[in-house]
Design a protein around this ligand. Structure first.
Ligand SMILES: C[S@@+](CC[C@H](N)C(=O)[O-])C[C@H]1O[C@@H](n2cnc3c(N)ncnc32)[C@H](O)[C@@H]1O
Length: 227
């Protein structure tokens, strides 16, 4: 992991000029990472050169594909990506979840074939239950954490409590779809109770993480260990 500052590199992370040629989304719901968010992830992977990437919320595997492509260009690395089938907040026939399973399997297999110097490992299960099996017995650290499963404060916090102790020096975490931009504060306080200001204040300011938030694409919150 390169010792570069998230704040200094932010303009390069937000350079949207490159074309990623992401495979098309095929499932009935458009839950894949927004193209601008995918470009930020790709840029960050090139800039900070992580070797171990953790993703929660694989979905179709297209975010995984983007990060695998960037890791491969860097010379290789490892991705662990986690998902379960059946979002409790979304009612859908079983056949649709099975179809998602098949699409994900195909996408992950083709990413593995396209980027052979990247090891892609999919874990099926609720992140809150399977993450403790990953750390520290299989991985003793992570470099880049793409948190894209649950988008409400309690769920994010539950994952973060498990993974935070294993952040490598200068590690970066990206929380997707969290709408942390300050100008949206009013809307969040009066709307769905997923605003993570408490999370930001407790976990970031006190524990020496630098942060950036953005509303471009889907709103993301980025943090980096200062030491
Ligand atoms: C927004 S999608 C992920 C998009 C993907 N990261 C991408 O880049 O295209 C969210 C996914 O998180 C999964 N998910 C939600 N809560 C989860 C949990 N507690 N454990 C594992 N997966 C979860 C859902 O099943 C869904 O597939």
């Amino acid at each position: 992991m390169e010792n570069k500052s998230l704040t200094t590199c932010w303009p390069d992370i937000c350079d949207f000029t490159q074309d990623l040629n992401i495979p098309p989304s095929r499932w009935k719901k458009a839950w894949s990472t927004h193209e601008l968010s995918a470009k930020r992830l790709s840029n960050a992977t090139h800039i900070f050169r992580p070797r171990r990437i953790l993703e929660t919320g694989t979905f179709e595997g297209l975010g995984t594909w983007v990060m695998a492509r960037a890791l491969a260009k860097n010379g290789g690395g490892e991705i662990v990506t986690i998902d379960y089938d059946g979002d409790p907040e979304v009612a859908m026939p079983d056949a649709d979840w099975r179809n998602l399973d098949r699409i994900r399997e195909e996408n992950l297999a083709s990413a593995q074939k396209d980027f052979p110097n990247v090891s892609i490992h999919f874990i099926k299960g609720d992140s809150r239950k399977v993450l403790p099996d990953l750390f520290p017995s299989r991985w003793n650290h992570w470099d880049l954490f793409f948190q894209d499963s649950m988008h409400f404060a309690a769920g994010i916090q539950a994952e973060w409590d498990i993974v935070r102790p294993f952040a490598a020096p200068h590690a970066i975490a990206v929380f997707d779809d969290v709408c942390l931009d300050w100008w949206k504060l009013g809307a969040h306080l009066t709307g769905h109770a997923d605003f993570c200001l408490g999370f930001a204040l407790r976990q970031i300011t006190q524990q020496r993480w630098r942060f950036k938030s953005t509303a471009e694409g889907r709103a993301q919150f980025w943090i980096q260990r200062r030491d």
